[in-house]
Unconditional design. Structure first.
Length: 334
């Protein structure tokens, strides 16, 4: 097959969707398919707004267009204009954009357009329910982090540490975690990642000696941080966060997954035997962390169960699984 992958974030950009696009493209190439990744050369980015030239072309010389979204305007226009080539659409998140009212209108409009594709791929049953009555398939995201056997949680650092891994963008709710850190001065908080909000966040932590930003790190350094931390936290404040692959990666190394109670994310946390807190509430978040710091046996129980669940997950939903599921689905849509 000749396949075109379309996404706003593609390798070598570091991010969840970009990593999946790269993994899938390389896997399909190994299976003998011809795969192109479309990287627009004319893209304007201002904070959360992206304007691209991608939608203003037709791509009729491909067997399959695999579109990743939603990205306002880009994914919508592709779905509206490219009718001759079968489109498989992966819906990564229910985005929140500008305001909740505008977002609600946009999400409804986008769902109608998404149903014009030959098939819709989502990563959770929570999200499959959004597209009832359509050709929707749940394909779990694989972890690409290298993992060899169970990590001994007894080797964790003595000081209780909460780890955040991700982009520094508004929907990630990093300020919620910083506010929780201000209440828990005996707990260490480590933030891994980068983004345009970093300078604002650095000003927030000027007087917090228990908070540390380390920027973007290598996979080897990230694994070292996972091994040290006791909790992997995803404090996102809205449904632009839809799953949380870092929760699985952290759990592999004995980090207890702790995340906002959001659609998709809650399903991931449930399968990892982790903990949820009220989105946007630093009080709810800090109480969950304090519960774990006050009861070592409870933390050990959660860490062991989460680690076992994560190991089962990565052995089941491998990169090979991810590629084969897409390949089979693409063939049925020709």
């Amino acid at each position: 097959m000749k396949i075109l992958e379309i996404a706003t974030n593609v390798p070598p950009y570091k991010g969840g969707i970009s990593r999946l696009v790269g993994l899938l493209s390389e896997g399909l190439k190994r299976q003998g398919h011809e795969v192109d990744i479309l990287d627009s050369k004319i893209t304007i980015k201002f904070k959360e707004l992206k304007i691209s030239s991608i939608p203003f072309h037709s791509y009729n010389d491909y067997d399959i267009i695999h579109l990743h979204g939603p990205t306002p305007f880009l994914s919508d226009l592709i779905l509206m204009t490219n009718h001759k080539t079968p489109i498989i659409y992966t819906h990564h998140a229910e985005i929140c954009w500008l305001s909740e009212k505008i977002s609600e209108i946009y999400r409804g409009f986008h769902q109608v357009l998404a149903k014009r594709s030959r098939a819709i791929i989502v990563h959770s049953h929570d999200y499959a329910h959004l597209f009832k009555g359509t050709n929707v398939f749940v394909v779990r995201m694989p972890s690409v982090i290298k993992h060899h056997g169970n990590f001994d949680i007894k080797k964790k650092a003595a000081s209780f540490t909460v780890l955040y891994v991700g982009q520094f963008r508004p929907f990630k709710g990093i300020e919620v975690l910083v506010q929780a850190a201000s209440l828990l001065r005996d707990v260490n908080f480590v933030f891994v990642g980068s983004g345009y909000l970093k300078s604002n966040l650095e000003r927030m932590i000027e007087n917090l000696k228990n908070v540390r930003f380390v920027g973007a790190v290598s996979d080897e350094e990230l694994m070292r941080l996972y091994k040290q931390a006791h909790v992997i936290c995803l404090p996102s404040i809205n449904t632009t966060e839809a799953y949380g692959l870092v929760l699985i990666e952290g759990a592999l190394y004995g980090c207890v997954p702790l995340a906002s109670n959001l659609i998709g994310v809650r399903e991931n946390v449930a399968q990892l035997n982790g903990l949820l807190f009220e989105p946007g509430s630093y009080m709810s978040l800090s109480k969950k962390i304090r519960t774990l710091t006050n009861d070592t046996k409870l933390w050990v129980d959660f860490a062991n169960r989460s680690q076992n669940a994560a190991c089962n997950y990565v052995s089941t939903y491998t990169p090979e699984y991810y590629v084969k599921k897409h390949e089979a689905l693409f063939r049925t849509c020709l």
